[in-house]
Design a protein around this ligand. Structure first.
Ligand code: ADP
Ligand code: AMP
Length: 219
């Protein structure tokens, strides 16, 4: 299975990608996580990416693509993968297809999680992430046992720098500005699945599994 998860910030892409990736034993590849990690390590890519991320802007296509290509090169994605937050523009989708085609592969499905603006704000404002293992929590919907520590590895939980009101507004604008051509691209290919992303995590997961079983043909 080779999936791309689309949807607005806070829709639950990371949460659902992580669950499914664990079940299918394939990697979850999050460009956001990779870029944040590069920024933390002060690599050239990370330093450039940070300038966009802290303002809520998309990083340039070339930078996002380079990040994915490098990660894919690690070899564990040969049996499949779940892309989380990539592609975000039509140009990225075209580049992804070209990259996959060069090794005789193609994307199985593009899954979009749909959720309302009010829910987005609630989810983002409560998001907490483990600095050590990347596990995701929500202060209200999925609180950790200790507000500051990860249940799984005891790592420190933090609130993302870009999860503030102004940046979120910009990220939503960026999403709205780019998403239509991307949807159209995958609709034309017949691989776009729209999932209702509202309600508890388990419900969304089941909806995804049903939709994928109902017609996801291995690419
Ligand atoms: P995205 O990757 O799309 O930005 P996340 O997966 O990081 O979204 O989810 C954003 C926040 O919402 C996290 O704190 C997560 O724990 C929480 N969350 C995700 N899915 C749900 C859900 N179905 N119900 C309630 N909270 C959720
Ligand atoms: P995310 O973790 O998916 O919410 O992404 C956080 C930020 O990383 C975004 O606001 C962008 O600045 C950047 N980013 C992540 N993925 C991409 C992408 N595919 N294209 C451009 N920018 C991206």
């Amino acid at each position: 299975m080779r999936l791309a998860m689309l949807g607005p910030p806070g829709a639950g892409k990371g949460t659902q990608a992580r669950l499914l990736a664990q079940e299918l034993n394939i990697p979850q590849i999050s460009t956001g996580d990779l870029l944040r990690d590069a920024a933390r390590r002060h690599t050239a890519t990370g330093t450039e990416a940070r300038r966009y991320m802290e303002r809520g802007l998309l990083v340039p296509d070339e930078l996002a693509l380079r990040t994915v290509v490098e990660r894919m090169g690690e070899g564990d994605a040969v049996r499949g993968f779940i892309l989380d937050g990539f592609p975000r523009t039509r140009a990225q989708a075209v580049a992804l297809d070209e990259m996959l085609a060069s090794t005789g592969q193609k994307l199985s499905r593009a899954v979009v999680l749909e959720i309302g603006d009010e829910e987005i704000v609630k989810r983002i404002s409560g998001r907490r992430v483990c600095r050590n293992c990347g596990a995701m929590y929500h202060a209200i919907f999925d609180p950790p046992r200790n507000a500051e520590l990860c249940n799984q590895c005891n790592g420190e939980l933090y609130q993302r720098e870009d999860d503030n009101e102004d940046t979120v507004r910009m990220r939503l604008e960026q999403y709205a500005g780019k998403i239509k051509p991307l949807f159209q691209y995958y609709e034309e290919k017949g691989i776009l699945i729209r999932i209702d992303g509202s309600g508890p995590v388990g419900d969304v997961h089941r909806r995804m599994l049903d939709a994928l079983k109902g017609g996801a043909k291995p690419a």
